[in-house]
Design a protein around this ligand. Structure first.
Ligand code: FAD
Length: 473
């Protein structure tokens, strides 16, 4: 005698894609439910992703600055110490407050929150197996279903993650001590961010990357080269074009074997902790997707059309579990659009304007096209560059590394891409997103009055440089 409950919209997964889709659906007047099995809302992002990593990045940066960067500012500091338990506690507090906040938001919007695993019984019925004792199983009968089950860490064949010595992006967030030597497999955003945290805390960090560049596929080539240089200056060791062959825990250390991709020369290093950060893959475990014959592609991504619909028009998929960049804000945009499709048959996500940010110091951010993409597409473009060393605020802050690089159409001056390495790049990139979304030219932005002295003047100057000449450089 399992009880059956009727809902207009059932969202499976309470990550940034799922909880936003649920809130939006409820706001549009639907009787909405959200199922989450983790015991806390917010998904990967709030629990073991964006939020805890940014807490560690922010506080390790502060520590590093206090330790190395105060004297020239006229501040004398004595006896600086890192308290790793305190660092973890600050991180846990932000996670707890934010996941709790999402639960409040669901309540406020009258979304029914089921704490449990959701699985397909048939194409309209979802079984919820509760994670809390004493709560009964229920069957949800749904007119519409949104799959937002997210992603999981991609394992490295042959390397066993124990989350102590050999860790994933989850384990690295909760280390109890600072490793003397940290090796990272994967020079993508997560690897470089977590490498930065421990490098600032004193670890000797080595990044092993199969590709010949860091930052992952989406990063502009020139930016990637500069990022590598900056991180090298901060103490990172890079082994690019290098293939990891295996890794094993041997007492207190991890032995890592690798070879040069070109020469085949084999080497090995020892490390206290090994972080495996080679990407994420869609997560469908426990969903019983086989019951409805859900289609997935060879990378396990749920196959959808441009309205996020699977082969069943009433079942959509959004976020990390389907195509596109695995980013929280991308999942959120899709959540809103999916709910709007259900309500009106229309929705909108502009995949050309999904910003990407790497929260190292300096930050790296970009939106729109890279030079490599424009070349491949045969689009003639011009470049406007402005270095932060010529920006008054960056100079005042003694924080002048990096540049703004604007890519604009050679003929029309329309902004096509923006790439920033610099302090606060992650905030500044929103202006580029707005410009590209509205079809602005570099001149349009270059003629907007920007407050002085702000870092954002560098963005304006980058635009000036693209269509005419910069004024302050
Ligand atoms: P998820 O957040 O993965 O949420 C899916 C949820 O569904 C999970 O909570 C899961 O428990 C639940 N679930 C799965 N199956 C079921 C089921 N059958 N029943 C019930 N519940 C289920 N992105 C950024 O934009 N910015 C960043 O700075 C950033 N930093 C990151 C740092 C790290 C270390 C990591 C790992 C990721 C980071 N990301 C970042 C990526 C971001 O976390 C993801 O893109 C985002 O969480 C995807 O959202 P989602 O809703 O699609 O899936």
């Amino acid at each position: 005698n399992i009880s059956t409950k009727q809902h207009d919209v059932v969202v499976i997964g309470g990550g940034p894609g799922g909880y936003i889709a649920a809130i939006k659906a409820a706001q549009l007047g639907f009787n909405t439910a959200c199922i989450e099995k983790r015991g806390a809302l917010g998904g990967t992002c709030l629990n073991v992703g964006c939020i805890p990593s940014k807490s560690l990045l922010n506080n390790s940066h502060l520590y590093h600055q206090i330790l190395h960067d105060t004297e020239k500012r006229g501040i004398k500091v004595k006896d600086v110490e890192i308290d790793i338990a305190g660092l973890q506690a600050a991180k846990d507090l932000s996670v707890k407050q934010l996941t709790g906040g999402v639960e409040m938001l669901l309540k406020k919007n009258k979304v029914t929150y089921y704490k449990g695993n959701g699985s397909f019984v048939d194409e309209h019925k979802i079984k919820v197996e509760p994670i809390e004792e004493g709560v009964e199983e229920s069957i949800l009968d749904a007119k519409n279903i949104i799959i937002a089950t997210g992603s999981e860490v991609t394992p490295f064949p042959g390397i066993e993650i124990d989350e102590q010595k050999i860790v994933s992006s989850t384990g690295i967030l909760s280390l109890k001590s600072i490793p003397k030597k940290l090796t990272v497999i994967g020079g993508g955003i997560i690897g470089l961010e977590m490498g930065s945290v421990y490098s600032r805390l004193g670890s000797e960090v080595t990044v092993i990357e199969f590709q010949s560049a860091v930052g992952g596929a989406g990063m502009d080539g020139e930016v990637s080269k500069n990022v590598q240089k900056l991180l090298k200056k901060q103490g990172f060791n890079f082994k690019l074009g290098t293939k990891v062959l295996g890794a094993k825990v041997n007492g207190d250390v991890v032995d890592i074997e690798f070879e040069d991709v070109k020469s085949g020369k084999k080497e090995s290093i020892q490390s206290d902790v090994l972080l495996v950060a080679v990407g994420r893959r869609p997560y469908l475990k426990g969903l019983n997707a086989e019951a409805i014959g859900l289609e997935v592609d060879p990378k396990n991504r749920v196959v959808i059309n441009n309205k996020f619909e699977t082969k069943y028009p009433h079942i959509q998929a959004i976020g990390d579990v389907t195509f596109g960049p695995m980013l929280a804000h991308k999942a959120e945009e899709e959540g809103v659009a999916a709910a709007e499709y259900i309500k009106t048959g229309h929705g909108h996500v502009n995949y050309n304007v999904i910003p990407a940010v790497m929260y190292t110091h300096p930050e790296v951010a970009w939106v729109g096209k890279t030079e490599e993409e424009l070349k491949a597409e045969g689009i003639a473009y011009k470049i406007g560059k402005f270095p932060f060393v010529a920006n008054s605020r960056a100079k005042t802050n003694l924080d002048t590394e990096g540049f703004v690089k604007i890519l604009a159409d050679k003929e029309t001056d329309r902004m096509l891409g923006a790439h920033i390495i610099g302090p606060n790049a992650g905030e500044m990139i929103a202006e580029a997103g707005l410009a590209i979304e509205y079809g602005a030219s570099a001149e349009d932005v270059g003629r907007v009055c920007h407050a002085h002295p702000t870092l954002s003047e560098a963005f304006k100057e980058g635009c000036l440089a693209a269509y005419d000449k910069p004024l302050n450089f």
